[in-house]
Write a protein that binds this ligand. Structure first.
Ligand code: NOJ
Length: 526
């Protein structure tokens, strides 16, 4: 039998990573609305904390709620030290932190270190003249000889230049994202200290950590070479990551270490070594592992990616931080093709070695909203996955009509209230999975091996084993859309701890080797 887990008082085992729980991402605009304006708010986040605590997650990461003109819905910050009135006030953050801590939840904020809003006073000063002391806080370059942008870089969200010309001073400024999001210059000591002060400001208010936005871009090749010919516009920019980022992260890490805080970085890179270049004792504690979010729904491909990532992280004594959805990509259920598959994927996510992150609504197996053209608002086409979270089964599901975005499909039937009442729901499945993880040390600290044909795993099935001492647990997921049989685990010694289809009746019995299409099981060696 598995050993019961005995975490230290703060939930962190001495030999483990700085955080070994489950992360839950809140996208504040769409989480919960308390003032009836159709946009979620901080009071709503506070009101939703009991839901998070009931899931058993350990940390809540909130996307930005700072003052912002909202060109990129908060990822364009005009004041790092204040709350946008849309969401509330600073006192609400203090209340949120206190309420979260009272429930044993850590609070992580988004640290947008690579850019600010073009309305941030730093940028207003910087663009005011070439002599302004803030000039070098951003990236200004002369036009190319033909008067065009300094190089051929393309920004995110549209195949347009990553540079905007500023008439007043006759130079271009760099922006990997929108023109309203100028990149800052981390090689400038004043800028660097100001960004580290942002960390200190929020640490002083009691936050426990940060999610570092677009962090791999803060170190830049200051010669700004052209991208090679043939570089696809999609995803362009991320590969501009540069080794100097590591030094900047070391400076951030010293600030965090003084307070025992944690940083998880957005290193949106498929190359595992490139991700690892940003993680370690003098850099990020953790980096989101996007390899499965980017993978097709295919057992062999998931197996390959899990094995590759896990081996690379384990070799350095590090944990991956798996993520299957967020506010930038189609929702899990939409991407993998069905809610049943999304539930199977949750079984994988929550039993893999590493830190799992749930995006709000994953626990309800929500799909993307269909957003009619006239209601589209995001310049990056990401509205669907940002649909409001349905709380009740009443009309509006806890939101006024209209909310800032349409509700997701079947919102009332999939609401928190409706799923609460259904023991077979995705909500209860998520709770059971997290509870299993918390009560089985092997799922947290155990070694991991991806299983293959030699272990009796048929084509179309993903399997991996976790092992710690005598404890052994196996996750099997059917990913080919047809019933599979896995006799290798039907010897009567494997007990079904979780079945993704919600048939709790089967849980606790021995596995009979049958894996219905699009389902997963978590088995324990008796
Ligand atoms: C990544 C964030 O997740 C995304 O929402 C944002 O648009 C960009 N970084 C720019 O901050």
């Amino acid at each position: 039998m598995a050993e019961a887990r005995d975490p230290s008082a703060d939930g962190t085992a001495p030999d483990g990573p700085p955080f070994d729980g489950v992360v839950y991402q809140v996208y504040p605009r769409s989480f919960r609305d308390t003032d009836g304006d159709g946009v979620g708010d901080l009071a709503g986040m506070r009101a939703g904390l009991d839901h998070l605590a009931s899931l058993g997650v350990g940390a809540v990461w909130s996307s930005p709620f700072f003052r912002s003109p909202m060109a990129d819905f908060g990822y364009d910050i005009s004041d790092h030290r204040d709350v946008d009135p849309l969401f509330g006030a600073l006192a609400d953050v203090d209340g949120l932190i206190a309420d979260a801590h009272a429930r044993g939840l850590r609070v992580w904020l988004d640290w947008v270190a690579n850019h600010t809003s073009d309305r941030h006073p730093w940028f207003t000063a910087s663009r005011s003249s070439r002599e302004d002391p803030h000039r070098d806080w951003y990236v200004w370059r002369d036009p190319a000889p033909d008067g065009g942008p300094p190089n051929n870089w393309i920004r995110h969200f549209a195949p347009e230049p990553a540079w905007t010309y500023d008439d007043a001073t006759g130079q271009y400024y760099l922006h990997h994202f929108l023109p309203e999001q100028p990149d800052v210059n981390w090689d400038d000591p004043g800028l660097r200290e100001a960004q580290l002060d942002v960390l200190r400001f929020w640490l002083d208010r009691g936050v426990d950590g940060f999610r570092a936005d677009a962090i791999v871009l803060i170190g830049q090749d200051r010669t700004y070479p052209d991208d090679p010919p043939g570089t696809p516009p999609d995803g362009r920019g991320w590969f501009h990551w540069h080794p100097s980022t590591r030094g900047h992260l070391a400076a951030a890490r010293r600030v965090l270490d003084e307070r025992g805080a944690v940083m998880i970085g957005e290193a949106f890179l498929e190359d595992v070594d490139a991700v690892l270049a940003h993680v370690g004792d003098d850099a990020l504690h953790l980096a989101f592992t996007f390899q499965l979010l980017l993978a097709p729904w295919d057992a062999a491909e998931w197996a390959r990616r899990i094995a590759e990532v896990d081996a690379a992280f384990a070799a350095r004594g590090l944990w991956p931080a798996w993520v299957l959805s967020n506010h930038d990509k189609p929702r899990l259920a939409t991407r993998v093709g069905s809610r049943a598959r999304a539930r199977a994927a949750l079984c994988v996510l929550l039993t893999l070695r590493g830190v799992p992150t749930l995006y709000q609504g994953d626990e309800l197996a929500l799909e993307d909203a269909e957003v009619p053209t006239e209601r589209e608002v995001d310049p990056g086409g990401r509205d669907g996955c940002r649909a409001p979270m349905p709380w009740t089964s009443e009309p509006g599901c806890g939101w006024p009509d209209p909310a800032w975005l349409p509700l997701p499909p079947d919102a009332a039937a999939l609401s928190v209230a409706a799923q609460e009442a259904d023991p077979a729901s995705a909500l209860h499945l998520t709770r059971r999975l997290i509870a299993l993880r918390s009560s089985h040390e092997v799922l947290v600290r155990g070694a991991q091996r991806v299983l293959g044909a030699a272990d009796g795993i048929p084509d179309g099935v993903l399997g991996f084993v976790r092992e710690l001492g005598d404890a052994r647990m196996v996750t099997l997921a059917e990913m080919a859309g047809r019933t599979a049989t896995v006799p290798a685990f039907a010897d009567g010694a494997w007990v079904v701890r979780i079945g993704s289809d919600g048939a709790a009746a089967g849980e606790g019995g021995t596995f009979d080797g049958t894996l219905p299409a699009d389902t997963a099981v978590v088995l324990e060696r008796a």
